[in-house]
Design a protein around this ligand. Structure first.
Ligand code: ZN
Length: 276
């Protein structure tokens, strides 16, 4: 017999074949789970779980975004309030320090004068204008996340970045770049940002940061995280070669997913461990 080889009775499986079968099965289970997580194929809609205290959830959202390095001294998150024409947001405070007592309810028609008087974020109009302009949006995140800022400085055709990953496709068929630099300090510029979304879930503000929207708070927070992941991956891919971008029919698989439960629970558990 050849050294290293074992004879196998006809019909019996060799250990190698069994290992290959297991590996193949494992790969399929992983692929199906991953597809489920990103596409929402068999998961309950996130909305079904969003009956908890919105204020507590907004505090968690602040802490998760801070933990992931997406917001620091700048950047903020808000959610539409149960009271019509209003939204909840932290008062001027670093995201990792936000508590329920720091949250305030702001009307979507807030003016620069009123915002200044009440000590709200300078760029509160990113939130107020998007809620005014886009009724379907329930939550807004503004970050100054570093890789996304880098991605937004690229010269690309039509000012549109195409996604290269499942995570990035959560942002839509493309990620527009809003070219006007400077802060969003008045409602008019806020409306221009809202319109710059062009029906997608996120926009890059050149040299500045990102704005991401969601139909739930969890969805908006995860999309902000996914945008930074896409940016980090895409910047590496562009350095290494020529990335293959997702076609619209490919990004459509992830663009409207509400499969956020598993990922949200992961970040909630992580932020609770982080605090210990
Ligand atoms: Zn900003």
């Amino acid at each position: 017999m050849t050294p290293g080889l074992r004879t196998v009775a006809p019909g019996a499986e060799s250990p190698v074949a069994r290992r290959m079968q297991k590996a193949f099965l494992g790969a399929w289970v992983f692929a199906i789970c991953a597809w489920g997580v990103f596409s929402g194929a068999k998961l309950a809609p996130a909305q079904a779980r969003t009956t908890g205290d919105l204020r507590e959830k907004l505090v968690l959202a602040n802490k998760i975004l801070a933990m992931e390095g997406l917001v620091g001294p700048f950047g903020h998150v808000s959610v539409r309030s149960a009271n019509e024409g209003k939204f909840l947001v932290a008062k001027h405070e670093s995201a990792d320090q936000v508590n329920v007592a720091d949250l305030v309810e702001v009307e979507t028609g807030v003016t620069p004068e009123s915002a200044k008087e009440r000590g709200l974020y300078l760029e509160i109009f990113i939130h107020s204008s998007i809620y005014e302009e886009l009724p379907e949006v329930q939550a807004v995140v503004h970050t100054h996340s570093p890789y996304a800022v880098a991605l937004g400085t690229l010269r690309v055709s039509d000012n549109k970045i195409l996604p290269t990953t499942n995570a990035g496709a959560n942002l839509g068929n493309f990620i527009p770049i809003f070219q006007a630099v400077g802060l969003i300090r008045d409602p008019e510029k806020g409306i221009r940002v809202a319109r710059a979304l062009q029906g997608q879930n996120g926009v890059l503000l050149r040299g500045h940061g990102t704005v991401v929207v969601g139909r739930t708070l969890e969805q908006a927070v995860l999309r902000a995280i996914y945008l930074e992941l896409e940016a980090r991956t895409q910047m590496a891919s562009r350095q290494a070669g020529e990335p293959i971008f997702y076609r619209p029919d490919e990004s459509d698989l992830f663009k409207d997913t509400r499969a956020v439960e598993h990922a949200w629970d992961y970040y909630v558990a992580k932020v609770r461990r982080h605090k210990e």
